[in-house]
Design a binder for this molecule. Structure first.
Ligand SMILES: [Zn+2]
Length: 292
């Protein structure tokens, strides 16, 4: 026979407490009636498909999230960021067979996926559609990527540094997408975010330049490193939305390497949302974007 004595069913409120007021009950009933209406009228919609979602779906339909997750499983070169195909070599200097085609300057690169649907559409909408809210969704994917790529023993000595916009462009756009992404990813990965690089001059929009050489020339000496105590001896990860030819990362890294030895980070790496596998992939006219 069990020793557990079943408690008698409650027949009323505990002694010493007042009866529940009618207002909470009425409030609850009203909520039951209005909740479905509010759900229909103000339901969040998927940023890509436009399908109605529940609040917990986080702004993306299940198939879109699965598409991004599948992209995260794609194998890519940790040095140049390009998707690995059939031509993987055993050459340390050129492990993927394409490393020699670009110099990012960074030691390691972590990416969420290739510059392809659905990541491409989300990034373009965030950047040119000025929807900074998307950084909350995309930054979470970037944070998870960092958790996976950074060895656990390195997390405590890791810092994120967003690629800066020139103040004029930041003013017109209203936000710096790299900064927003870094803040969210930093929270997910439990890593601090610091301003380690600044823009020293205005440059033409990279998407409007037509060749890898022009993109690299456009950003020549565009960055200057900030001697920040928080980066000294740390594994620094530059954060950006898209890596196309790698010119941005190259010049930002070069600026950091000009710091006096005692002020430099231990390693300079890059964490980006997506990498454009084919030249010209990211040169998409902002006006061609679908509206929302
Ligand atoms: Zn490579």
């Amino acid at each position: 026979m069990s020793d557990v004595v079943e408690a008698p069913a409650a027949t009323g409120p505990p002694l010493g407490r007042s009866q529940p007021a009618a207002i909470p009950i009425a409030h609850r009933l009203a909520g039951l009636v209005t909740a479905p209406v509010v759900e229909v009228l103000l339901a969040p919609r998927c940023w890509i498909t436009g399908a109605a979602l529940r609040a917990r779906d986080g702004g993306l339909a299940a198939d879109v999230r699965n598409g991004i997750a599948a992209g995260m499983e794609q194998s890519y070169c940790r040095r140049c960021g390009l998707t690995l195909g059939l031509f993987v070599t055993g050459d340390y200097a050129n492990p993927c067979g394409r490393c020699a085609t670009r110099d990012l300057g960074v030691q390691r690169l972590a990416r969420v996926g290739a510059f392809d649907h659905p990541l491409r559409d989300l990034v373009l909408r965030m950047k040119y559609g000025r929807r900074f809210e998307l950084a909350g969704i995309l930054g979470t994917f970037l944070g998870r990527t960092l958790v996976r790529e950074i060895p656990a023993q390195e997390i405590a000595e890791t810092v994120l540094a967003p690629i800066p916009l020139y103040f004029w462009r930041r003013f017109w756009r209203g936000f710096n997408q790299a900064e927003e992404l870094a803040c969210v990813a930093g929270k997910v990965a439990d890593v601090p975010v610091v301003d380690a690089v600044a823009r020293r001059r205005h440059t033409r929009a990279q998407a409007l330049t037509d060749s890898a050489a022009a993109r690299k020339e456009n950003l020549r000496n565009a960055f200057i490193a900030i001697a920040h105590r928080a980066i000294v001896g740390k594994h620094l990860w530059l954060v950006d939305d898209v890596c196309t030819t790698g010119a941005t990362l190259f010049w930002a890294t070069r600026a950091l390497r000009r710091l006096p030895m005692e002020l430099r980070p231990k390693s300079i790496n890059a964490a980006v949302l997506c990498v454009a596998d084919k030249p010209g992939d990211a040169a998409v006219a902002p006006l061609a974007l679908p509206g929302r």
